[in-house]
Write a protein that binds this ligand. Structure first.
Ligand code: HEM
Length: 479
């Protein structure tokens, strides 16, 4: 009876799909200004209730399992790409166990190995890539970051044997898998499109490559291996069952896809932001000299915590360019919204958009100003939020380890609650090392020399990517 106000639209099925799809953050803010934090719009024929602000983040991301469900929304898209029996193609309790097993492999010991792996990948990439042969030039940085992300992630998380196949067959196969993640697959998941046939073939071929790799790895002795594939090969579910090989293969696909788009979109934005602020690039270079030493000193895991400006560049870039702009859940039971007269009925989808509070002047002074220094406590632009410091926070366990209980933070680029990201530490490590290597090797700026300007955002994929061409000018420090 008391449903939230509905955004005006002319056509019943299309509803607000177009205005939302063109620029989701703008759509959220315009309607929040009109209706307040809660409103409903029609997305591809489905009533979708948005609840923005910290209360909305809490309401949706920490909702009870009996009230909301993720797999019924995401499953149509992800199951044909990842394969069966993992992530959203299994009961939530199984996903929680899978997340726990994966998280358990991402240890400090593993991270210590990953840093030199990523550093070596970066150096070899920039040395071998013909576009970086001259002393200076202009490059589409989105394409380069996409490659560098997949090389580094596959090497760390799936091992060297898998990584080496990305120079050949695996890159094209993952491209075909990617084509399963287009908006058309949300609209017409059953459509017999040629890209869907290629997606299905690619999934089977990739899964077979992983199964063959595991067979070969079981025959060889790899005591020091710290990649996720290796650990899952010897892991067991709570009931004592080993993880079946087809599930490991599908988890490998899922993790690479989850990390690929979010991390490569983020590293691209980092490079574009840095190109627009050569002064910050120089500060980063000085920070490296101070913390790490001369430019021929190898980066080590222990340096990362002390490269605070590097970390703050990532933090600030994720505030303004969080790759995931909309988080969705299917409503299972009528849900009353506390402090309002509204009840969201089970026919609706709930949509959280933590990026809205992340760019709200109420919490972040001058929100459109990209300033990594705002994360230093004494900065005039420091966030106006109760900053919690790990230990004093109440923790909760959804089955994959203790995480902060509160989801009512205005800054949640990695989500919260049961579906929260488990890749945050790895993503930070990967982004910090890639950024550090770029800064060490190159001076960068925008192509026209302007400052504080970046390209617009392309929302046509499901992630917030930089509009192409995402070009920057680079110049080698050592010629
Ligand atoms: C979940 C963001 C990197 C694996 C999530 C969610 C967000 C997110 C917002 C919550 C989705 C929801 O509630 O529906 C990011 C960002 C990344 C990143 C911004 C990088 C900058 C990674 C990486 C991995 C990964 C590198 C793998 C190593 C996962 C997994 C989930 C998840 C397994 C859980 C999905 C679920 O429980 O439903 N991520 N992620 N992510 N992410 Fe990430």
């Amino acid at each position: 009876p008391n449903e939230p106000p509905v955004v005006f639209h002319l056509f019943p099925i299309i509803g607000s799909t177009i205005t939302y799809g063109m620029d989701p953050p703008r759509f959220f803010v315009e309607n929040r200004n009109k209706f307040g934090n809660v409103f409903t719009f029609v997305l591809l024929g489905k009533k979708t209730t948005v609840f923005v602000g910290p209360d909305g983040n809490e309401f949706i991301l920490n909702a009870k399992q009996k009230d909301v469900n993720a797999e019924e929304i995401y499953g149509v898209l992800t199951t044909p790409v990842f394969g069966k029996d993992v992530v959203y193609d299994c009961p939530n309790s199984k996903l929680m166990e899978q997340k726990r097993l994966i998280k358990a492999t991402l240890t400090t010991e593993a991270f210590r190995q990953y840093v030199p792996i990523i550093e070596a990948e970066c150096y070899s990439y920039f040395k071998k890539n013909p576009d970086f042969k001259p002393d200076a030039g202009v490059v589409d940085i989105a394409k380069k970051m996409a490659q560098l992300t997949i090389f580094t992630a596959s090497h760390c998380l799936q091992g060297k044997i898998v990584r080496d196949q990305f120079d050949e067959s695996l890159a094209d196969l993952y491209h075909d898998l990617d084509m399963g993640f287009t908006p058309i697959n949300f609209m017409l998941p059953w459509a017999p499109l040629p890209q869907n046939r290629r997606r299905d073939q690619a999934r089977e071929t990739v899964a077979k490559i992983y199964r063959d790799t595991m067979a070969a790895r079981r025959r060889s002795d790899e005591k020091d291996a710290q990649d996720i594939m290796h650990h899952l090969m010897y892991a067991t579910y709570k009931n004592g069952q080993p993880v079946p090989e087809h599930e490991i293969a599908h988890i490998m696909i899922a993790l690479l896809m989850a990390g690929q788009h979010s991390s490569s979109a983020t590293s691209t934005w980092i490079m574009l932001r840095l190109a627009s602020r050569p002064d910050i690039v120089e500060e980063l270079y000085q920070e490296q000299l101070r913390v790490v030493g001369a430019p021929d000193t190898a980066f080590a895991y222990e340096h990362l915590a002390r490269l605070t400006l590097h970390a703050n560049v990532i933090k600030e870039t994720l505030r303004q360019h969080a790759p995931i702009h909309s988080i969705m859940r299917k409503v299972k039971q009528p849900m009353h919204i506390p402090g309002t007269k509204f009840t969201v009925p089970p026919s609706h989808t709930l949509m959280a958009a933590p990026g809205v509070s992340g760019n709200d002047a109420e919490f972040f002074p001058e929100p459109s100003e990209w300033d990594p220094h705002r994360w230093e406590p004494e900065s005039p632009l420091a966030p106006r939020l109760p900053i919690k410091t790990g230990d004093d926070e109440e923790k909760v366990d959804y089955g994959y380890g203790l995480i902060s209980k509160g989801a009512s933070s205005p800054y949640l680029p990695f989500g919260a609650g049961r579906h929260r990201c488990i890749g945050e530490q790895f993503a930070y490590l990967q982004l910090q090392v890639i950024t550090a290597c770029m800064v060490r090797l190159f001076k960068i700026r925008t192509v026209d020399g302007s400052t504080r300007k970046v390209p617009g955002t392309d929302y046509s994929s499901l992630f917030s990517k930089a509009l192409e061409p995402a070009e920057i000018y680079w110049e080698k420090r050592e010629k």
